[in-house]
Design a protein around this ligand. Structure first.
Ligand code: ATP
Length: 502
């Protein structure tokens, strides 16, 4: 798109607010960091993302069943899963301004020209190269000039705040004050169940939906006559007390996950892991992430959790950097074994054919609804030109969302608010509603303006009732992306749209 990435993000955030996709939570009270609300268009888009996932993962398959678990569970679940002991991020505080950072996202950057220190600063970044570039870009103009002049012979020293060599201080990215040593911070939200507020009543808001699936594995197995290999899928809220929520909805404190636990024989685990890694990547492509911004990254052996054999991330190049949309992992029998040990319940599976008893292995595709939505919004944002009412080309902003995901599928306009056109328009709109399609009826203002509003909302089709409609019952259908208009019979609108949005 050739524009500054921050500028693109700013435009997208402004559009999402202006058109009712995403609002800051409790904005009238100044908001609350890390929490977001989805407006009238946003909630439709979000529901469509979840519905597409549910349809493709649960409804269209024989080997996956769905589940909907409670958010608060017995706290032993989180002891067994390892979250009580290990769901931590390293945290540092600024001794001066008291700002708080994730220590693995703060870097100390020093640039030396021989003995001379040209630049020494702390900067928030995801990796050392981003940190170096960020520090150089944030320097004052004199320092920037000197960095450029001496670029050839500069010696750069970049390290993460939680990996700082002993005795070195890391500076606060905001005020330059010294940061404390890193310490562990558990990201689970705590609450109390019942009237007593003491250690016996502590419970947690789930930080992932997956553990509810493992806790119900036996229930599902015993009640659904399903056999290995099979999966259990769940969509639901998860909560993480992120130290630094940032990048719009990308890192929130309350978000939704879409997770599958796919159980299989240990010998088949790698095969299923590879199947799910590739299938999940393709799902994003099929729903519109077709650019080179989407990629699949296999984890290096040193990145793997100790219980995982293989892991890959589906990543997307957001305007703020390349980041994870979904992780796919072969988690072995770790989770079920942990729950067997902590609950004392037998989690084994008896194979009728081979007469073997074993704890199944699991492949886990774990994605986020909010991040996926943000990727679809970023990919869809487009600026091009379209003719106005006088035929003059004008700049337009258009959200080229996949029709299956678009919040509104078809908008219906009478060209003018007279001569019987509104009546015909309302009849078509009623047919659209009766067919269960998300439609929008608009009879106010110039038709060009009405098209623009729908372009910004991502509506794939606009139907216009005009003078000719009154003579031959035909209407125009305008395609959002190609701007091509074709005439079709008014009573075929529902069929036309349905064919193209599923
Ligand atoms: P990150 O490293 O970015 O924090 P993660 O590896 O901890 O992510 P997982 O625990 O694998 O994430 O969670 C699975 C999915 O849940 C992620 O791929 C992401 O889509 C979503 N997710 C996790 N944390 C957040 C968050 N704070 N805000 C929004 N979505 C999230």
């Amino acid at each position: 798109m050739g524009q500054n990435t921050n500028e693109l993000m700013d435009k997208l955030v402004a559009l999402c607010k202006r058109r009712g996709f995403i609002f800051q939570s409790s904005e009238i009270y100044g908001g609350i960091n890390g929490f977001w609300d989805y407006g009238p268009l946003g909630v439709e888009l979000k529901r469509n993302v979840k519905a597409a996932w549910w349809e493709d993962i649960v409804r269209k398959r024989d080997d996956i069943v769905g589940l909907d678990c409670s958010i608060i569970m017995n706290p032993k679940v989180w002891e067994a899963s390892g979250h009580v002991a290990g769901f931590t991020d390293p945290l540092v505080d600024c001794k001066k301004c008291k700002a708080r950072f994730r220590a693995d996202k703060v870097f100390s950057v020093v640039a030396r020209d021989g003995e001379n220190v040209l630049l020494q600063t702390g900067v928030e970044a995801d990796d050392p190269e981003q940190a170096r570039q960020g520090a150089a870009a944030a320097a004052n103009s004199k320092t920037r000039r000197r960095l450029e002049q001496h670029a050839e012979r500069l010696d750069w020293e970049v390290f993460r705040a939680d990996k700082a060599p002993k005795g070195t201080s890391v500076h606060c990215p905001l005020c330059g004050g010294d940061l404390t040593d890193a310490r562990k911070f558990n990201m689970m939200f705590k609450t109390f169940v019942g009237a007593m507020e003491d250690s016996t009543s502590v419970a947690y808001l789930r930080p992932e939906t997956a553990q509810g699936i493992f806790a119900n594995y036996k229930n599902v197995l015993d009640t659904s006559r399903i056999k290995l290999p099979f999966g259990i899928a769940q969509i639901g809220k998860a909560f993480r007390n992120e130290i630094n929520p940032r990048n719009y909805t990308f890192r929130s404190r309350e978000f939704e996950q879409m997770e599958i636990e796919f159980f299989c024989k240990p010998a088949d685990a790698e095969k299923w892991y590879e199947y799910w890694r590739d299938a999940r990547f393709q799902w994003y492509v099929d729903l519109g992430l077709t650019s080179s911004k989407l990629r699949l990254r296999n984890h290096e052996p040193d990145e793997l959790a100790f219980y995982a054999v293989s892991c890959a991330d589906v990543e997307y190049e957001f305007p703020f950097g390349i980041s994870e949309l979904e992780g796919i992992a072969n988690r072995t029998d770790y989770d079920l074994s942990q729950h067997q040990q902590f609950s004392g319940r037998d989690m084994s599976y008896f194979d009728d054919d081979t007469k073997e008893r074993f704890i199944p292995y699991v492949s886990e595709p774990s994605g986020g609804v909010d991040r996926t939505m943000l990727a679809f919004l970023c990919e869809a944002y487009c600026e091009d030109e379209a003719p106005d009412d006088k035929g003059q080309m004008q700049k337009r902003v258009v959200m080229k969302l996949n029709p299956r995901l678009a919040p509104v599928k078809v908008a219906v306009f009478p060209l003018v608010k007279k001569e019987g056109m509104p009546e015909v328009g309302r009849k078509i709109y009623a047919d659209v509603q009766a067919a269960g399609l998300a439609g929008f009826y608009d009879e106010k203002g110039a038709v060009g303006r009405r098209y623009r509003r729908q372009d910004e909302a991502g509506t794939p089709f606009c139907v216009t009732v005009d003078g000719q409609t009154l003579q031959d019952q035909s209407v125009t259908v305008r395609d959002r992306d190609t701007l091509v208009q074709e005439r079709i019979p008014a009573d075929k609108v529902v069929e036309y749209v349905k064919e193209r949005v599923s």
